[in-house]
Design a binder for this molecule. Sequence first.
Ligand code: HXC
Length: 268
Amino acid sequence: MESPFKADVVKGKVALITGGGSGIGFEISTQFGKHGASIAIMGRRKQVLDSAVSALRSLGIQAVGFEGDVRKHEDAKRVVESTFQHFGGLDILVNGAAGNFLVSAEDLSPNGFRTVMDIDAVGTFTMCYEALKYLKKGGPGRRSSGGGTILNISATLHYTASWYQVHVAAAKAAIDATTRNLALEWGADYDIRVNGIAPGPIDDTPGMSKLAPSEINSKARDYMPLYKLGDKWDIAMAALYLASDAGKFINGTVIIADGGLWLSRPRH
Ligand code: HXC
């Protein structure tokens, strides 16, 4: 689908996207690249990174991949620094890396709970922590007079409660809290905007294939106001809005992009 944004809305910006090699992260990488940004993607799987980088380059996008696990502080630090060295700046950090599996709370080991908290919640904070020095107003490589921006991808499942997702709901709630608190502190001190996007079920993503066998999938459609799954494109457009100057006064907000699903109840 054609973008409603001008092709230069993030021109000259450097974006680092964790989990940027697949699913929603890859679509954000693609759309940011098509709208003028240079793209660094971070992920654990070399093959996924390599094919994502080739796909981006084939579209004429300046792209590079860095292997790393957001759970490892040294990886986060190395990838942020490598991005800065490669492109000479860092303007946008997108925290898209996530882990997930369906399991009842009684069958989930504390280590399973911790694993998802580590990837989603601690990983998001660690990346923000390492990126701060480059994103802050006046930081190394900053070409604009202001600060950079951060986007954290969460979900809506912690707004209520979700079956077999206690670990993920806890982790996504922590991400949203991190978004708001960093928006407050870093907005005030460093002119960095920190926002989030909470996607609903999005078609053709690792999350959907892992979490929603087809019968759950079609039940969800029955309840949805817009009566369909979202597209990765929908999330990427929300990301472009928040990361570009269109969102220059938006800070500490989590945009829910789910067609209204989390509000909905069966008709009676
Ligand atoms: C129960 C499980 C489990 C499962 C792992 N564990 N899978 N428990 N059911 N299916 C437990 C293990 O038993 C172990 O605890 C602990 O979790 C760590 O498992 P590892 O296999 O060692 O972890 P690791 O290899 O690091 O893999 C992490 C992962 C994996 C999260 C388990 O699935 C992963 O890396 N996924 C990344 C990709 C992904 O999931 N993308 C989808 C994101 S979707 P013990 O106690 O045995 O040691 C998304 C959408 C959310 O985020 C919103 C939805 C609406």
